[in-house]
Design a protein around this ligand. Structure first.
Ligand code: 2RA
Length: 329
């Protein structure tokens, strides 16, 4: 497979390359792509050196698959050009996610909707992926009525500038700000910009993308997305009301038997998911599984995942794996 990694020099792009190598994705030719300022830079992949190329050069090289993590504007402009050249694009930005003609895919949940005709495929938002990974099997069994989610999101979701801001603040240095406020010793209840309804884009992604992936607009979702000074991954406190009742032991067993999910749930041994543990791993970790005693048919869970891996790069690579395995590229 000839594979282009668009945004190869960015935070997610670097993880994308790592995951492609770790999973031994069948690459015959790698095309690292970035903005003009990075053209000519060398990157290393599986012991070989590759020169970064610009967008048009990459289009002309007619890759089989292009995995994008280069922001919405770049995706909007260039994904159609790659697709027109015959390349299948897997895009990690929000540009195509809510486009009714584009598929929004978490392979363990809905890869089967993919066909050869899908030339631009959307990777969901990191906080959506980890939540639906845990909720999809439970929705199938108990039929979700309503989800209330609060997220505690890693600064790596914002990018290198945010990581630098935290490092500077920790060292007592006044540097460039990724956020309106200090993030060290703080929690900022704003991820991305506010929409008309007073919710942030990040919160509305959790609402809209969850309904699209689970193919059920009747599922009520409300979210609060918070940025915290953490680097290993996103954490989410999820309260989910079902149409039908459940046994907590059965919920634990369903999750335990779901590919891509690791249940870490034993309060006697203080076992529960944490970003410190999830960092660098591809699974979604679920714990603190307990009945919400304040209302019937309702469950509380704590969900943690490395937002750069299953939240972005790994999910995209798994989509690519599905395409290859099912001869859709
Ligand atoms: C964030 N999910 O965490 C968004 C974009 N990666 O900021």
């Amino acid at each position: 497979m000839k594979v282009a990694v668009v945004g190869a020099t960015g935070m997610v792009g670097e993880v994308m390359l790592k995951v492609l190598a770790e999973r031994n994705f069948p690459i015959t030719e790698l095309i690292p792509v970035a903005s003009e300022k990075s053209v000519g830079k060398e990157i290393e992949f599986k012991g070989n050196k590759y020169k970064v190329v610009g967008m048009q050069t990459a289009v002309d090289m007619k890759a089989d698959i292009a995995v994008f993590s280069a922001g919405g504007d770049t995706s909007k402009e260039w994904a159609p050009k790659f697709a027109a050249a015959g390349t299948t694009v897997i895009d990690n930005s929000s540009a195509w996610r809510m486009d009714p003609t584009k598929k929004l895919v978490v392979p363990e949940i809905n890869a089967s909707i993919l066909t050869k005709d899908d030339k631009i495929i959307a990777n969901p938002n990191c906080s959506t992926i980890q939540m639906v990974m845990a909720l999809a099997p439970l929705h199938k069994k108990y039929d979700i009525k309503r989800i209330i989610v609060s997220t505690y999101q890693s600064i790596t979701g914002t990018g290198v500038k945010a990581v630098r801001q935290l490092e500077n603040e920790y060292a007592g240095i006044q540097g460039e700000m990724a956020y309106k406020y200090p993030i060290h010793r703080n929690a900022i209840p704003q991820c991305d910009v506010f929409e008309e309804n007073g919710y942030t884009k990040e919160e509305m992604k959790l609402v809209r993308e969850t309904q699209k992936i689970l193919e059920d607009k009747t599922i009520a979702v409300t979210a609060t997305a918070v940025r915290v000074p953490v680097v290993g991954g996103h954490s989410e406190a999820v309260n989910v009301e079902f149409e039908n009742d459940f046994e907590v032991s059965e919920v634990r067993s369903i999750l335990h038997n779901t590919p891509g999910i690791t249940v870490q749930d034993n309060i006697d041994t203080f076992t529960y998911p944490m970003p410190l543990y999830a960092e660098g791993k591809n699974d979604v970790f679920v714990g603190r599984i307990r009945r919400d005693e304040s209302q019937p048919n309702t469950l509380n869970m704590w969900i943690v995942a490395d937002n750069l891996r299953k939240g972005a790069a790994t999910n995209a690579v798994q989509i690519a794996e599905y395409l290859v395995e099912n001869k859709l590229v």
